[in-house]
Ligand binder design. Structure first.
Ligand code: COA
Length: 145
């Protein structure tokens, strides 16, 4: 069934698709940046954003894996613009690769000031997950893997 990389990616997208596909991917999380999420300078703490990104990517990975999947790496994390308290923060996930046991998800984060019509991309990264069996060992994403 899933013989090569393109097949696996196509099958993974069938499992992972939910909501409306947009240029940036599928909208997985939309939330509001709150004062409790700030760093000492008063902007939003990068660690909070990274946690939201891991949640968004992990949500897609679990759909594709149809089971437990653990984050094994985060690559190319870029903080492009600061996020301010009150911004509407939207996380988009796009499945980019399905290996034998691994799943790669690109996450884009956009922030829109509370009273503005326009947002901009503030952060992006590539997350890699590994599908796990009941013992926490890597397992094939597809049964025939
Ligand atoms: C996930 C885990 C079981 C993988 O174990 P492992 O021995 O590295 O597994 P493997 O070497 O068989 O690699 C499994 C897959 O992950 C990929 N992989 C492993 N390390 C990787 C890395 N650093 N970057 C990208 N891909 C990686 C491999 O290429 C392989 O992909 P494929 O099967 O699609 O070809 C193990 O690393 C682990 O338990 N890590 C902790 C996970 C965790 O707790 N995450 C939450 C952090 S808070």
């Amino acid at each position: 069934m899933a013989e090569d990389t393109d097949d696996r990616l196509a099958l993974g997208k069938q499992r992972g698709s939910h909501g409306r596909q947009q240029d940036e991917g599928v909208l997985v999380i939309r939330t509001i940046a709150m004062p409790a999420d700030t760093n000492p300078a008063g902007d939003i703490f990068g660690g909070w954003l990274m946690s939201q990104m891991d949640l968004a990517a992990g949500n897609m990975a679990a759909r594709v894996a149809q089971g437990r999947a653990a984050t094994v790496s985060v690559e190319a994390m870029q903080f492009l613009q600061p996020v301010k308290v009150g911004d509407e923060v939207t996380l988009y996930a796009a499945l980019t690769h399905v290996g034998r046991t691994s799943i790669r998800v690109h996450v884009d984060v956009w922030a829109r000031p509370r009273q503005s019509q326009n947002g901009k991309k503030v952060t992006e990264a590539e997350f890699v997950f590994v599908a796990l069996d009941e013992n926490g060992a890597p397992r094939p994403v597809f049964d025939d893997g």
